[in-house]
Design a binder for this molecule. Sequence first.
Ligand code: FAD
Length: 468
Amino acid sequence: MQYDVTVIGSGPGGYVAAIRCAQLGLKVAIIERYPVLGGTCLNVGCIPSKALLDSSEHFYNAAHNFSTHGIDLKDLKVNLPQMIRRKNEVVQENNKGVEFLMKKNKIDVLYGHGSFLTKNRLKITGKSGEIREIETQRVIIATGSKPIVPANFNYDKHRVITSTEALHIEKVPGTMVVVGGGVIGLELGSVYARLGTKVHVVEFLDRIIAGMDSDCSRELMKSLKSLGMEFHLRYGVTEVKPSKSKVKVTAQSRDDESKTLSWETDYCLVSIGRKPFTDNLGLENAGITLDEKGRIPVNDHLETAVPGIYAIGDVVRGAMLAHKAEEEGVFVAETILGQKPHIHYNLIPAVVYTWPEVASVGYTEEQLKEAGTPYKSGKFPFRALGRARASMDLDGMVKVLADKETDEILGVHIVGARAADMIAEAVALMEFRASAEDAARMSHAHPTYTEAFKEACLAATGNRALHV
Ligand code: FAD
């Protein structure tokens, strides 16, 4: 069979690229090594984690906040197997949705492991070893990423787990040690903390969510502490020893080697990052070599060193985010057709779906300081909002960073209820290079959380916030 474009990998990068190529009239195939479509994001990432975050948040609110709202519940308990079942159903519905989109766009789905025989010839090895070969004019590699687990952490998928296994624990653990205070560890750690697990987070650096603005790290840590999570910053895990029913985790202080911490815990969740996945892809047969971080090097058009072979998503440089992968999927499809698409990488928002949520776009205050960019800043606390008081979601703040001279918004950092949705306004304004004054003059519905953004813009432009 001869295709115009073949996409390897059906995650948000791959399936979106396939759809856009098909929309533009190309004959497209997509290869997926698992029997379901949707990749990490849909099967073991964004969607199932958010399903569990939502369920556990309902439980937490029922247990801790409902009575204040005048709702009394008796005999409240967690049915974790049902929570997991619902999560699985959400995933399956989404799997079917992607399958439907492939059919609708007349994209051939080829299940099996894809690999290069030459730059234009691909082999697909099915589950029971059967082999198919196809010819293709172009290839889009979208093979994603896998969790990083150091060999000495004894990853047994039973007591020593990654996010993948943490999505189907069937009994609420008594204790859990989370290695790594990044997005994935904090999201999944907070799922179990809300259900009653004692969660310890061990973080090598000085702060959690270290890539985000330090005010966000501070605010989020405060909120997660009140959820009962404990944080051990500047500690490195040195030993992870699983047995049948427990795991022993030892950590050492980076400041004083004689200071160690150790836990006998139900689970050790390793969430120290992810690495690009290119195993058995036969890249050498196509003439592609990886960079020092195992990524596929690409140019500004997301084309590899081999003309006609593109790579997108987690397997290339940049943030490992589903919406970044999707943008790149559309970008490559349109580039192939000779269009001139554009991605503004600095305006790809980052979100942590804890409660409160954290959402961020543009430069952090630390980045502006380091670059020597003159800036001004305005902050507004959620607790000064009528909407936050009504909902009892008082934690958090909005911080707006704007150019000192031109007033252009350079960064927006939000910790608070619905931050994930609120950040879209900042992205839109920043795409149009709005000033903080522009945003401060826009009417924001009352009472909404978005008023905090307007107020932070007022604060950034001459300390004019109205409600503090
Ligand atoms: P992937 O989604 O990893 O898909 C790659 C696909 O390629 C897989 O299906 C794989 O089986 C297939 N494949 C690999 N090699 C081959 C081969 N040789 N042949 C055939 N098929 C192959 N991002 C967000 O933006 N928001 C979130 O809320 C979020 N939450 C997350 C939560 C967790 C727990 C995790 C782990 C990740 C989360 N992410 C989130 C990150 C997000 O999942 C990834 O950034 C995104 O899935 C990357 O998309 P991709 O298309 O590059 O690759």
